[in-house]
Ligand binder design. Structure first.
Ligand code: PMP
Length: 351
């Protein structure tokens, strides 16, 4: 604690991301994509003239926003880009959620949301998941200052369909509903087509997961022009350049290669289902997932010990030390070979 800290950060427990280990481990702890970015990204990286870095980036990231708008079937003015969706989320908290009424969110969701609430002085109201560990959409919308959740949710993996989200938006019309679609490309249904109908819907997405570009820091938001303008107002006030020139160029290259994108996400989905069957055969309860991870629990094994046992055998997964998740492990979906190593390491726990 320092006397120089503002009250907001004195009370803050900073978000602790999953470990990025130095030693070689099979890394299934931060939901990265096991496959490389599209070959077009590699080519664009090779061809990028270093001399371009002498200049500031184009201030509206127009070319990247145009490419994203085309990909998502919206107008360029409905797209905002930022340095990872974490930054886009931070800007959305500042632009939309500093109201008298609390922001609503599921009790189990992306653990960055409560951090941002503290940081930006936003009150929150949490709602438990339903009995199948799905986000309980019916719970939201009573005297609300906004709603935020991930869809598919993290770390549970369940995703609601577009019609269910539309049902929520029919009821919540006076504040922003933010649907975080970081994992939507692994079998979820995107709410982006709803932005035409609902001016208070903001959908965020990322290049970190399905596009294998977590190291680049590229995320985006899609919504009505008034919401995008709200984000731009906050952004312009502290750094008027949305994303750097290299990230723009590589993001555009990634969007140009649909074949690679589809092949990688289909491979992840296939491996996920294969892994689920293998884990269930070992006695694990596996929550159905539309994301690139599964949340599992075992009736006889202690999750914290399992985490340590796996790490000793070279496999890193995620254990959350919170009351509700203490019995669970979140396992990112890697390649088939990596998942085979996971299963072998787990089997040793039963001997
Ligand atoms: N939303 C959710 C639900 C996430 O799990 C993550 C990744 N930790 C993010 C957003 C942020 O992703 P990024 O900043 O890499 O775009």
């Amino acid at each position: 604690m320092s006397k120089f800290w503002s009250p907001a950060i004195r009370e803050l427990t900073p978000y602790v991301p999953g470990e990025q280990p130095r030693e070689r481990l099979i890394k299934l702890n931060t939901n990265e994509n096991p496959y490389p970015p599209a070959p077009a990204v590699e080519a664009a990286l090779r061809d990028f003239p270093a001399d371009h870095l002498r200049r500031y980036p184009e201030p509206t990231s127009l070319a990247l926003r145009e490419a994203l708008a085309e990909e998502l079937g919206v107008e360029t003015e409905q797209v905002f880009v930022g340095n990872g969706s974490d930054e886009v989320l931070a800007l959305a908290f500042q632009a939309f959620f500093r109201q008298e009424r609390p922001l609503e969110m599921p009790a189990i969701s992306y653990s960055f949301y409560p951090v941002y609430c503290r940081l930006y002085g936003v009150d929150r109201r949490t709602h438990p998941l339903d009995d199948q560990w799905r986000v309980d959409l019916d719970a939201f919308g009573h005297d609300t200052g906004g709603v935020i959740f991930a869809n598919p949710n993290a770390p549970t993996g369940h995703g609601h369909g577009r019609e269910a989200i539309a049902g929520l938006l029919e009821r919540v019309t006076e504040s922003v509903v933010l649907v975080d679609e970081a994992y939507v490309d692994f079998g979820g249904e995107s709410s982006v087509p709803l932005v035409e109908r609902f001016p208070n819907l903001l959908v965020t997405g990322t290049f970190s997961k399905s596009r294998s570009l977590a190291g680049l820091r590229l995320g985006y938001a899609v919504g009505s022009r008034e919401l995008i303008e709200g984000l731009e107002r906050v952004k312009d006030s502290f750094n008027s350049y949305p994303v750097d020139s290299l990230a723009s160029a590589l993001g555009i290259a990634s969007l140009s290669d649909r074949g690679h994108f589809d092949a990688c996400r289909e491979a992840v989905i296939t491996t996920r289902e294969r892994t689920r069957i293998r884990l269930e055969a070992l006695g694990f309860k596996v929550l159905p997932s539309q994301a690139n991870f599964v949340l599992v629990t075992h009736p006889e094994l202690d999750a914290a010990q399992l985490f340590v046992g796996l790490r000793e055998r070279g496999v890193l997964v995620r254990h959350f030390n919170t009351d509700v998740l203490r019995d669970h492990l979140r396992i990112s979906i890697g390649t088939d070979d990596e998942m085979e190593s996971l299963i072998e390491a787990l089997e040793t726990q039963f001997r």
